[in-house]
Design a protein around this ligand. Sequence first.
Ligand code: AMP
Length: 356
Amino acid sequence: MSVVPTGGTLGILGGGQLGRMLAMSAARLGIDAHIYAPEENSPAARVSAAFTCAAYDDAAALKAFAQSVDAITTEFENVPARTCEILAAFTPVRPHARALEIAQDRVAEKTFLNEQGIGTAPWRAVTTAPEMTDATAAIGLPAILKTRRLGYDGKGQARIMAAAESDQALADMKAAPSILEGFVAFDREISVIVARGIDGAIACYDPGENDHEDGILRRTTVPASIPAATRDAAYAIAEKIVRSLDYVGVMGVEMFVQSDGTILVNEIAPRVHNTGHWTLEGCAISQFEQHVRAVCGWPLGSTERHSNAVMTNLLGAEADDWLALGNAAQAVHLYGKGASRPGRKMGHVTTLSPKT
Ligand code: AMP
């Protein structure tokens, strides 16, 4: 079990805002970040000691990168499994490739969760019209058709409210392998940010309550308004997931809470997560520092929350206007992404209030 010492270097696959906040937390621990990403314009690279701009299948660049760092992690779950295999021949990769592979494919993800006895929306794998007919009959409507791979922020999804809409929904998937999920009439959406260290220690942050608009996270509020028993059940699910995967690092587990308190898992993200950004101000040790500690083989830190927090994403042009929000108590994070597009996550603000 290799441990990255202070003064060492952590390699990070992916160059977006999650990598940027990981790199800044690593710096606070005296650990340099080396970003590996295919895009030249990288918000993470701009705050890091080193940057390799190369494709995820560039074996020579991957080898040189792996040999120049002490451990490797990812801020982006769609890194090809083969990339992790190439890297792992030289340097520890945490979390391991299997966790990424499961999270990359909604069918593999739900199969894994159900095998652990964890509830999900009812689902069927669907690619062809006959499969769609069978799946709709089995699951009923309304339902949601999603691509198995590469969907994010509600992209690659179609809601099917009536049978007449199902042909068009399938056509929109353009023959991409898909999954039909029953529509969950949830009371609220929550997420647990869970961390597991190389020694097997597990720590969870208080669940956040999440509001989405058009499939994109708008706001996370902590604490979530759920009873203690629901919170404890959410922790137990998150802990089971990381333990059964022998996972190392931080993971975001998105959940639906139904009116009877039953929890269904929507998605797992094998990385730091947008719904955990509040921990930067709401806890002594943020999800970013926690992830760096875990993947570098350090002991986990405390996940204790010292305040209530509301984290609001700044989407598109909202980030140009954050000064106009007029609230000096808000902690502002701007990701330095350059061009804003509608719906693009450009930054976030967090407001604290006394802990309840
Ligand atoms: P996802 O990309 O799977 O995280 O979905 C984005 C958002 O769509 C979720 O956060 C939910 O608000 C909503 N959603 C996704 N799947 C379902 C479902 N099976 N039932 C109800 N709402 C869903």
